[in-house]
Design a protein around this ligand. Sequence first.
Ligand code: ADP
Length: 374
Amino acid sequence: MDAQSKILVIDDEEIVLDSCTQILAGGNFDIRTAENGILGVTLIEEFRPDLVFVDLKMPGISGFEVLEKIQEIDPTIVMIVITGYATIGSAVEAMQKGAFDFLPKPFTPDELRLITRRGLEKRKLVIETLALRREKELLREQFAAIVSHELKSPLAAVQQYLYGLSGELSSQLTEDQLRRFERIQTRIDDLMQLIHTWLRAITVDIDSIKENFKPIDISSVISKAVESVQPNAIRKDIPINTTIQDEIYPVEGDEGTLVEAIVNIVGNAIKYSPTGSRVEITAENKESQILIIIKDNGIGISKEDLPFVFEDFYTSTTDRNTERGSGVGLALTKRILEAHDGSVSVESELGKGSTFTLCLPAIKDNPVEMTTMS
Ligand code: ADP
């Protein structure tokens, strides 16, 4: 049998508390009630309900304050507001503040049962999503530990022995043997580099990125990113044209990781484009966001690959004469953007090119206090 779902009803009208208890009594629920917000919040701490009904209009602490407190205690608790007809507007406001739904008074038993079932289904989904996320994080941590201990450490030791050995033997080796030694060293250096890239991508701590957030000038971020990929662009004779709208809004963020995100995308644009093509970067304000659009005329991404390019370790399956990468750049970029409450998306056509769009929430109120450009 499924565990009982815990339901709490917070309302100052006794009749509402009684009728909710009676209507839901037949179901597999553990129901508690509280006649004001303070008692309700205390019960939330002790009882840890799955679902809470909150009356918006109560004497003492208001329904809105109760909603805020619930979210502070446990943001996974599903909240439904109970409201009189006169306060439908505030019910909508409550939903904007995190309530899942609202139940207008007076309600029928069927309406209460239906909304309860939907609320509990939502709760189940939230818990499952959290469990999946945790599982993914755990796998990520385990993978990082394996890569670090089982691969990186022994390889670093091999690298060290090899350096020592080639130094000791250098005077005794023939030209050909020296060249072969060098080749082994280069391969091992490449492997170490790959392991560093993996570790960087899977261990980047999104929460600690958030601790360093401050107002950032996005044109400075773009110019630093372009500077970093410029040597590759010059090597392939690919000009990078940048157009930034006047008075572009600043964003709240971490400059280092935003530069890294743009380096990944512009770097790919160069890597997956033929010599002599070009890359366009534009940045513009759009409502309360800024968009950074990076467009190339390169090899493009097939329809089959397109849904997966932001996944960890995904590299295109198409056999192309292009250098292959580690498949972590876009996954890392996506995580960086999400840490900034932003997003990254792509449109692409095989043989024609790709357009990546980065979307970041803008700071519209206080554009003066920005990090200085360098
Ligand atoms: P990689 O190190 O393989 O480049 P990414 O995570 O940066 O890893 O990219 C994942 C895959 O997406 C790449 O292997 C490539 O197939 C595809 N891709 C990314 N950017 C582009 C682009 N601008 N043009 C064509 N393909 C791209």
